[in-house]
Structure formats: C-alpha cells, structure tokens
Design a protein around this ligand. Sequence first.
Ligand code: SAM
Length: 185
Amino acid sequence: MSKIIVLRLGHRKTRDVRITTHVGLVARAFGADGVIISGERDEKLLSGLRDVCEKWGKKSFEISFVEDWLGFILEARNRGWVIIHLTMYGININYYIKELKKLLHKKKNFLVIVGAEKVPKKVYEIAQYNVAIGNQPHSEVSALAIFLDRLFEGRELIRSYKDAKIQIIPTTNSKKIIIRNNDQK
Ligand code: SAM
C-alpha cells in the first residue's frame, strides 16, 4: 500500500493554529496517512489532533513535528517518494491527475506539501509536481481536500474506523451517534 503524508510548512503558532488544525483534520478525513508540521513547534496543536484520532478513530494516523523540513523533503525524495507541492503557481490538477493516479496504483509513496505564508523557492525546485488546484489564490485546506478527493475519487468519504470511540449513524434529519468503549474487551 502506498503512503500519503502531508507536510505543512511554516506553521505560525498564534496566526495559524486553526488553519493548521484544519490541514491535519482534512489530511485524516480525506484519506492521508499522516500530517507532519514544520515551522513553530506547537505541542498543543499536535495533541489536539491526536485527541481527534483517539475519539474518532484512525490511531495509526501519523502526527508529528519536523524541525528540518528541507532535510525531511530531500530524504523523502531520495527514498523514492513522490514530492507534490500544492501551489496556485503550478500546473492544473486536471493535467496531472491521471499520472498521479498511475503512480498511486504503482504503490508509490506521496509527500504532499502545503504552505502557510511564502513558500521558499527551493520547494518548487525539489517537488516533482507543483500542482495547482486552479490558478486562483484560496487556501491550503481547500487545496488539500480537493487534491485528496480527486486522487481517491470520493472513496475516502465512505471510510469508517474500527478503533473509533464515536461513530456517526447518518440520518436524514437528526443527529445519531454510537459511543463505544474500545478499552473493554
Ligand atoms: N502566497 C503564498 C505562496 O507564495 O504560495 C500562498 C499562500 S496560501 C494562503 C497557503 C497555501 O495554500 C499555499 O502554500 C498552497 O499550498 C495552498 N494554496 C492556495 N491556493 C492554492 C491553489 N490555487 N492551488 C494549490 N494550492 C493552493
């Protein structure tokens, strides 16, 4: 199975807490296998994301911080990972999506990079794919969600997790949940 890890560049503790949390939530809910955060170290943010996995399942979802983001990207690339940078300056997703799906079927691992403020030029050079979710500015949250949804063609939206403590029972006009105590055998 290929692995998809999201790297969030340049997190700023006070300004980006909500957006970076949403990047992590989208990565988890839309089928990625983990989120790695770089920029300012923010343990509270990491533990908030871990709490979500504890309650809603997918404890295998990797959540961590990396100081040396450049070394991390270069190492991933040297290990044969496909480096994808989401940027409005890139080439439209419609052009690349077939090729990316083929790589996914070949079980290639993907590192998907999203920025915060200005993304260093180096990232554009190291990435094999600079992918635009359209060439208009919007957000790392929307860009990531659309990218993953296109890659998985909506299959990620029907996943449920055996290790979840809370699970939603979809209904047409009310709120229904099941609460499980997975600690009890
Ligand atoms: N001015 C910044 C730059 O130089 O990249 C953009 C900042 S934007 C608020 C934050 C992140 O959202 C970007 O780094 C990129 O990952 C993502 N993003 C925003 N619009 C995008 C688009 N149209 N396509 C792909 N990614 C996008």
